[in-house]
Design a protein around this ligand. Sequence first.
Ligand SMILES: [Zn+2]
Length: 194
Amino acid sequence: MLIVCAEQARVEAELVDGRLGCPSCREVLGPWGHGRERVLRCRSGDRLLRPRRARCRGCLGTHVLLPDLALFRRQDEVSVIGQAIEANVAGSGFRSIASRLGVHAGTVRGWLRRFAERAELIRTHFTRWAVVLDSELGAVMPGGAGIADALEAIAVAARAWVLRFGPGDPWRIASVLSGGALLATRTTPLPAVS
Ligand SMILES: [Zn+2]
């Protein structure tokens, strides 16, 4: 799986031109049909995704190209999930967050639990990214292990990304930098920082 820009025409052009790299071996990806259709619940309403599938010319592995609006195995837009995480760090419980966002309470509880389980992994990963993107940040990064520090590391990395590449939604940047695996299964590693 590879996280790409949400603009399908641009992704298509990059894929056909051989400008997308394989997340496993970095060789060139070529078009390889489509992944299965899925509904992404977005703030602006449901959106039907028909993600492109690509095949690597090097390792022959296939990858689904998921837009940066989404996270792997999550049905809701990443910025909605991010809002829930921010509210939780600010002290709200899953039930009140769920009713505010109009999402099932069990779904929100699942996001928050997974974020807490992966907090240390997430903090370390985004801290590395922040320093890669802005080498002057080294000394000011958080050092704790809780959800607040994980969220802070995401925010710092996203700011460093924006300074370098221009404006972007922090949670979409978080999707890209985590390879869509921000809230993946407990044991799924985050992709190497490069
Ligand atoms: Zn490959």
